[in-house]
Write a protein that binds this ligand. Structure first.
Ligand code: GLU
Length: 381
């Protein structure tokens, strides 16, 4: 038990997902101010012990529909999009005001699936979030409900939160729910339902338990939470489900409240490198000089100055292979420039990029986080 909670308390980058029913009083449509204020104490505590925190928050539709006087019951798509447009401002304002008490600056990020799934936009969203975290801001993320179409949307914030965790290489994701974790059956209907403390593999048995368990929070039920667990675990991120119905739920969890922990087997970094190494086809090739090869070996990024030749036709965010002058493959990575732009800046210092291209791009041709090197023994073989 102690070691399980360490996966939260010792995590470096934590995504906390908050559902609509926790945040918004369904009868009045008002924000549950006292609850969010209490949660902000938990967040401030996490930040004080050095953890980076990002919030994925629902609630825009639930808040907006009351402001617009929309009837209760299911909304038409355009009504919920209109409600989100109104509610999101209120939501952002509430976070800003409540977290300011702890001197925490809030940044709003609204995402559509293309932002986490298309590699070009993914790289941008990833580095914007990393920059915000490095500057000490607290990103609050929601789906961009006003423009999302019903066919192309995350639909539930459980999965959005898992995609965000994957995108930013978080090592812990917490879903605050109206239920304290996963049971073998619906605990409200079945007194024999057993609580599952720890999940190491997601198999058909586990998915079977979810279909029997109901939860009322937002759009996501237990099944969407398991889909989120699947994404998180594959990305090297541990995931917790715990009850958000108490005040200060994160502190409660540390103090022994129930939770289910889904254990990831890799770190986010190694999961990401495996994905880069194995999951994609290469669309180009960069030949680098001996100095750059040495730099990569010592864990540095690939700079344009060390690249001698660009081959292939690729876009920013595509996978390319990196070879040395003897044409031995050194590794693969996601490139920060298109083949056209890459060809213009190779051999140049990063400080010259803006002048050559007319816009200021990244300093690196391939950032070290986006690069998977082959094992040394394989090189030249
Ligand atoms: N994005 C939606 C909102 O903010 C909520 C989605 C969900 O509940 O999972 O209202």
């Amino acid at each position: 038990m102690a070691s399980l909670i360490n996966r939260f308390t010792r995590a470096k980058r934590v995504v906390v997902k908050i559902g609509s029913a926790l945040l918004v009083d369904s009868s009045t449509g008002r924000l549950r101010h006292a609850w969010l204020s209490a949660l902000s104490e938990d967040i401030a505590k996490m930040r004080a012990r050095g953890q980076e925190v990002l919030i994925v928050s629902s609630g825009s539709i639930a808040m907006g529909r009351h402001v617009l006087g929309l009837k209760s019951g299911p909304l038409r798509l355009e009504e919920s999009q209109a409600a989100a447009a109104v509610g999101q401002i209120q939501l952002a304002h509430a976070y800003q005001e409540i977290l300011a008490v702890h001197d925490i600056r809030v940044a709003q990020i609204l995402l559509t699936p293309g932002d986490t799934e298309e590699r070009r936009r993914y790289l941008n969203a990833r580095s914007t979030v990393s920059t915000l975290l490095a500057l000490g801001a607290l990103p609050v993320v929601n789906e961009n409900d006003t423009v999302a179409t019903s066919e192309i949307r995350y639909g539930d914030n459980d999965r959005l939160a898992a995609r965000v965790a994957q995108m930013i290489s978080a090592d812990c994701l917490i879903l605050l729910s109206d239920i304290d974790g996963l049971y073998t059956a619906d605990p409200k209907a079945n007194p024999d339902a057993r609580f599952i403390r720890e999940v190491t593999t997601l198999n058909a048995d586990i998915f079977g338990m979810a279909s029997k368990t109901k939860t009322d929070v937002g759009r996501g039920g237990m099944e969407t939470k398991l889909k989120a667990a699947e994404i998180a675990m594959a990305a090297g991120c541990n995931m917790f489900i715990t009850s958000g119905t108490v005040m200060r739920p994160l502190t409660s969890m540390e103090n022994g409240a129930n939770f289910t922990c889904f254990i990831a087997h890799d770190t986010p970094r190694s999961a990401r490198k495996k994905w880069i190494a194995a999951g994609l086809t290469s669309s180009g090739r960069l030949t680098i000089d001996a100095g750059a090869e040495k730099a990569l070996r010592s864990g540095k990024s690939l700079l344009p100055a060390g690249v001698m030749k660009v081959e292939g036709d690729f876009q920013r965010g595509d996978l390319v292979t990196v070879v040395n002058s003897a044409a031995s493959e050194l590794g693969r990575g996601l490139v920060a420039y298109s083949s056209e732009d890459a060809a213009r800046i190779i051999g140049h210092k990063s400080g010259e990029i803006a002048e050559i291209l007319g816009y200021s791009g990244r300093d690196e041709m391939i950032h070290r986080d986006e690069l998977a090197l082959n094992q040394r023994e394989k090189i030249g073989s």
